[in-house]
Write a protein that binds this ligand. Structure first.
Ligand SMILES: [Ca+2]
Ligand SMILES: [Ca+2]
Length: 380
């Protein structure tokens, strides 16, 4: 008991950042950015800015960190137990649209089931910060991925609120089982739309395909590690393909995005999968990548610091060790997206956010992954 008490006390103490690491530069083929290390984490997975400029950063093994813009970290108590392993653990974090009034945040995580099965879950809780020992209170699970299955991959479990704050969108990956993405009796390989309290809206598109399907917004997805609304209220999701065929999709209610029937990539076995163009009944990606970038994190930029990026999507690249900028306007080929710039980050990038004053913040992947603030080189 005494050891546990000491551990809790240590967790609650702010961790003063080590001597600030010096900035370095990262480059695309057209510009140079200054990258300032702010803090380092144990397998960071996602982050979000709170309205006052503080950050919440998730660490996959199960720790939620409250972080100042100077990199001072304090672990938040009250995080649910997570099924850590493979791609699973603590996942995304987003504030409720009315966070200023209610201090509510939403978290996703992998949770264990019976017989070694696992599934993603989403919970909401009040973030109490008053006394310097931040805690999640009144935690309530609002969604569970059904069914729980074996394995520990492709949870997806990325979160986004509709711009009006009236709906929560959850990416629910195919759990590496593939065919459930086309099965209306399983929530795998779907984008889910719920009321903020977890109830199912009666204007979701699949009202007559079974009780579970009433929660689906779109189907036929693989592993979506980014979801975001743009300034025109369009919903975008970015999805890892197999060997080739990463996708960014414009998400419409009731659409089928084709996985695993079609993909612009091929299976890891080398077996071909028919391309999207062969089956026009499935919604085709607005852009796809072969070789893959392994996209992780998605934000639509709206700041002033990089004024010419407004309306562009930014995604992190894992295998590509990159920050990728994507134009979301009509392209010559009739699609609505195209990569326009790629920064060599020299590390797998797990997450990207727009921070105060329009700086771009990214999280490196893995143990010791750094939080970096990106600004124009020479702008200080
Ligand atoms: Ca985020
Ligand atoms: Ca697809």
């Amino acid at each position: 008991m005494r050891i546990a008490a000491v551990t809790l006390a240590a967790l609650a103490l702010p961790t003063v950042p080590a001597a600030a690491q010096s900035s370095f530069t990262v480059e695309s083929n057209e510009r140079t950015l200054s990258a300032t290390p702010v803090a380092a984490f144990q397998e960071p997975w996602a982050m979000t800015f709170l309205p006052d400029g503080a950050l919440l950063v998730t660490e996959k093994p199960g720790t939620l960190q409250l972080v100042t813009q100077d990199g001072e970290k304090t672990a938040v108590s009250g995080v649910p137990e997570v099924a850590y392993g493979g791609q699973g653990g603590l996942g995304d974090v987003v504030p409720h649209p009315d966070f200023v009034e209610n201090d509510v945040v939403y978290l996703s995580y992998a949770e264990p089931g019976e017989g070694g099965t696992r599934g993603a879950a989403v919970a909401r809780a009040t973030l109490a910060r008053g006394d310097g020992s931040p805690a999640l209170e009144n935690l309530e699970v609002v969604w569970r991925q059904q069914p729980k299955v074996s394995g520990s991959g492709h949870y997806s479990h990325r979160l986004a609120f509709a711009p009006d704050g009236e709906a929560l969108f959850i990416t629910s990956g195919d759990r590496q089982k593939q065919t459930p993405a086309q099965d209306m009796q399983q929530a795998l390989g779907k984008i889910i739309r719920l009321d903020p309290d977890g109830s199912v809206p009666d204007d979701n598109p699949f009202q007559d395909a079974g009780e579970l399907a009433r929660s689906f917004w779109s189907v036929g997805h693989r592993n979506m590690l980014g979801i975001a609304f743009d300034a025109e209220d369009r919903l975008w999701a970015i999805e890892m393909g197999p060997r080739g065929g990463d996708e960014i999709n414009l998400i419409e209610a009731g659409e089928n995005y084709g996985w695993p029937v079609v993909s612009n990539g091929r299976n890891y076995s080398g077996a071909d999968i028919p391309d999207h163009a062969t089956r026009p009944e499935f919604a085709a990606p607005e852009a796809s990548w072969t070789p893959v970038i392994s996209p992780a994190g998605l934000v639509i930029y709206s700041g002033d610091m990089f004024a010419d990026w407004q309306g562009n999507a930014l995604t992190g690249g894992l295998s590509s060790r990159a920050l990728v900028r994507i134009d979301l306007g009509e392209q010559d080929d009739g699609t609505m997206a195209a990569e326009i710039e790629r920064f060599d980050m020299g590390a797998r990038i797990r997450e990207v956010e727009q921070g105060p004053a329009g700086a771009v913040w990214v999280l490196e992947d893995g143990d010791g992954g750094r939080l970096l603030r990106l600004t124009p080189a020479g702008a200080g």
